[in-house]
Design a protein around this ligand. Structure first.
Ligand SMILES: [Mg+2]
Length: 347
């Protein structure tokens, strides 16, 4: 069975980049990116980074620098949220490159889908069940050409009306974290319309020499888990479909409900310290038990003046009897407290 994947652009999708980044010291993860990647991967998606790196073709840095930046990005993702990336592909080419070696309109350079198609072959990916996320229209074009659903990051009106891309994104959201919520919401639902045969049919794999330009970072895939946090996202930023359209099927609602149940179950441990009704009752009973204990102590102090002989148990004074009764009542209260706390925990 083929795997699902989330393809991601690198610059200004996972890490901040104001220009051409060739220095690993400048790697800075965007807020929420690591958590989003970790969550998607736990849902069973392969995480595949696909990045144009024309800075190499422009002579600004070499491929070793690209790999160093990628390594640093992976290190920070791992450290911040234990987020792993399955593979990274990049295109160092540009059709007008000063560096002759990289001067070509390479099939891996987005908006062409070469990197995605190559990854699909290497990682056994079902492109129709996969997503492409990026901050540029060319990311959307590459994803759409590969037969993936697409999410564009950025300001919705500007992004949609940008004019550079030919394909319309399925969704437009502000961040990778929001994109992850869209994917979680869509879950295992198939795309609204089956992709055309041309869109998903395997295309010719990259030529052997093109593989030398890749930097795959394939790592063991963890067992399927459930997203640790998140809820149905706000679809206000959706450009391709509305929230009503996206949630208009019974199957989808069923899947959402199942996911929410799993999330509640998973989050139970995390929220076990929340103040529950049982905890409130336990606190009340505890208070009463302390009063009983105080009364027991009061009677016990009063009973100190009463001499204790061998038959005191059968000839208890009212103070001794009261102390014992109050003590027993306090013990019963403590048992109730423990029972209530146990009931609250096991809910
Ligand atoms: Mg980008």
């Amino acid at each position: 069975m083929a795997n699902r994947a989330v393809f991601m652009d690198r610059d200004n999708t996972i890490i901040a980049n104001d220009g051409y980044l060739g220095d690993p010291a400048g790697v800075k993860l965007l807020p929420g990116a690591a958590t989003a990647i970790a969550s998607l991967r736990r849902l069973g998606y392969r995480i595949v980074v696909v990045s144009n790196q024309s800075g190499v073709a422009r002579g600004l840095f070499d491929e070793a620098a690209v790999k160093a930046v990628n390594d640093e990005m992976c290190r920070q993702l791992k450290r911040q949220a234990d987020a792993l990336v399955d593979a990274i592909y990049y295109s160092p080419h540009h059709p007008d490159a000063p560096v002759a070696e990289y001067r070509q309109d390479h099939p891996w350079r987005k908006p062409k889908p070469g990197m995605l198609l190559h990854a699909a072959g290497e990682l056994n990916l079902d492109l129709a069940q996969s997503w492409m996320i990026g901050d540029q229209p060319r990311d959307v074009d590459a994803g759409a050409a590969a037969g993936c659903r697409t999410i564009l990051l950025g300001n919705a009106p500007t992004a949609v009306a940008g004019g550079e891309g030919e394909a319309k994104p399925d969704f437009v959201v502000a961040s990778l974290a929001d994109a992850a919520r869209i994917i979680v919401r869509e879950g295992a639902n198939p795309p609204p319309e089956p992709p055309t045969a041309a869109a998903v049919s395997p295309q010719a794999p990259a030529a052997p020499e093109e593989r030398d330009t890749s930097a795959p970072v394939v790592k063991p895939h963890p067992p399927l888990q459930v997203l640790p946090a998140g809820a149905a996202p706000d679809a206000a930023g959706s450009a391709g479909k509305t929230a009503a359209e996206a949630t208009d099927s019974g199957d989808h609602l069923d899947i959402l409900e199942q996911m929410l149940q799993q999330l509640r179950h998973l989050n139970h441990g995390r929220h076990s310290h929340e103040f529950t009704r049982e905890m409130f009752l336990a606190a009340m009973v505890q208070f009463v038990s302390l009063l009983f204990l105080a009364m027991a102590a009061w009677d016990a102090v009063a009973a100190l003046n009463v001499p204790i002989d061998a038959n005191w148990w059968f000839n208890k004074t009212s103070e001794q009897l009261g102390a014992i009764e109050w003590l027993l009542a306090a013990l019963v209260g403590e048992v109730m407290v423990l029972a209530l706390l146990w009931m609250g925990q096991s809910k």
